[in-house]
Design a protein around this ligand. Structure first.
Ligand code: MN
Length: 135
């Protein structure tokens, strides 16, 4: 990344402190500035102050869940094209379909493996790019 390029911002929506720490560390290593939210409500607050280049969305959140939040974010013009990657402890295909239906571009299963997370993220972003190019 050249010094003149702005640092991309990633919004992490995650209620678990350990997962937040890991996700933040991996995203920073991938060159993102991390903005944190521990609930859907906090995420909406953060989105009043910043427009992220990427959203990492935990599905299981206290109160309003990540799928409901994702559906709302997809109605916002400023976020219509922002990649949203779901994070979930559930590996079942049904859950992945539900995430895709809500508007998520990718699905990463927890627990996060710091050795593979960067690659999973890059693959999800790449898959999204080729989908938009095909449109
Ligand atoms: Mn959670």
């Amino acid at each position: 990344m050249s010094p003149s390029e702005p640092v991309p911002v990633a919004l992490i929506v995650e209620d678990n402190a350990d997962n937040m720490l890991l996700t933040r560390a991996v995203l920073r290593r991938a060159g993102y500035q991390a903005v944190e939210a521990h609930s859907a409500e906090e995420a909406l607050e953060q989105l009043g102050n910043c427009t992220p280049d990427l959203v990492l969305m935990d599905i299981q959140l206290p109160g309003r869940d990540g799928l409901s939040l994702t559906r709302e974010l997809r109605t916002r013009l400023d976020l219509a094209d922002t990649p949203i990657i779901a994070l979930s402890a559930h590996a079942m295909a049904d859950n992945q379909v539900a995430a895709a239906d809500a508007g998520c571009d990718g699905y990463i299963t927890k627990p996060i493996d710091t050795r593979t997370f960067g690659g999973q993220l890059a693959a999800a972003l790449e898959a999204r790019k080729s989908r938009s190019a095909a449109l």
